[in-house]
Design a binder for this molecule. Sequence first.
Ligand code: NAP
Length: 298
Amino acid sequence: MHESDTTPVTVIGLGRMGAALAAAFLARGHATTVWNRSAGKADALVRDGAIVAPTPAAAIAASPVVVVCVADYDAVRDLLEPEAGLLAGRVLVNLTSGTPDQAREAAAWTDRRGIDYLDGAIMAVPPGIGRPETLIFYGGSQAVFEAYEPTLRALGGAATHLGADPGVALLHDLALLGMLWTSTAGYLHALALVGTAGVTPAQFLPFAAAWFEHVLAPDLAATAAEVAGGDYATDVSSLAVNARAMDHLIHAGRAAGVGAGVLEPIQALLDRHVADGHGDESLAGLIERFKPPAAVVG
Ligand code: NAP
C-alpha cells in the first residue's frame, strides 16, 4: 500500500540527515517542499524535483505533513513557535535528537495549539534513510502514526510506534546509544590491550565478533528475563567472581600502560554491590545500582 502513498511533505532542515530524508521522500514520488536556514543545501534536491520554500512559513503551508530535522530542540522551537497558527491542523514529525523531556515539552506545546505531533528517533546514519530495514522509532498519537505510517515508511521501512508517550522514541534512542558507546569503548579498550602484545585489530577481530555473536548477544535474552523477574540467583557466574576478573583486567591493563578509565566506574559498581552482600548474584543483579535511588535494593 505504501508504494502508492504520495502525500505531499515538507522537510525543514537540510543538514546531512534532513537532506537524506527529503531525498527519500522524493525517491518515493512525494511532492517534497524543503527549507533550510542557509542557502545552497537544497540544490541537489531541487535537481531531483524538490520545491524550495523561501521561508519556514511557506514550507509549512505547502504540505499536510511537516518533518523537522535540525540540530536540536532549541532550533526547532525558534523555527516553529512563530508558525504555530500555520501548523495547526497539520502533522508535525520531529526527527531532531534530544531528550525525552524535550520531546514531551514539544508535544505539550503542539497539543495546546491543535497540531498533531509525532516525535521520532532515527536509528541510522543518512545513507540508511529510505531503506526497508531502517528503524525509526516514533512516540505520540497512535492514530496519527497509523494515518501517516505509509508516508513515514518512505524514510525507514522499520518505522515503529512505541507508545503514546512522546518521549518514548528518544528514550529508546538514548538507551541504545548508551549500549553503543559502552560496547564500542570496551572494544577499543580490548584492541589497545591485545595491541600491547603485538596483536593487530585484524587478528583480534574474529574473536571479538564471535564473542558478540556467541556470548553477548545470546545473553541479552537471559538478562532481560532475570531483570524482568528480579531474580538474580545463579549457579553459573557470580558477581563476586566477576569482580575479581575485573580486578585482573584493570591491573593487567595498567601494567601494560593501557588506560582503564572505561572500566573503573564498572569496577566501582561491582565492588559496591558485592560489598553490600550481593556477591552470589548474577551480573544482571547490577541493574539495582542503575535504578532511580528510591528503587535501589540493599
Ligand atoms: P547537520 O548536518 O549538522 O545539520 C544541522 C541542521 O540543523 C542544518 O540544516 C542546520 O542549518 C540546522 N540548524 C541548526 N541550528 C539551526 C537554527 N538555529 N535554526 C535553523 N536551522 C538550524 O546535522 P544532521 O546530521 O543533519 O542532524 C540533524 C538531526 O538529526 C540532529 O538532531 C541529529 O542528532 C539527528 N540525527 C543525525 C544522524 C546522523 O547520522 N547524521 C543520525 C540520527 C539522528 P544550516 O544548514 O543553516 O546550518
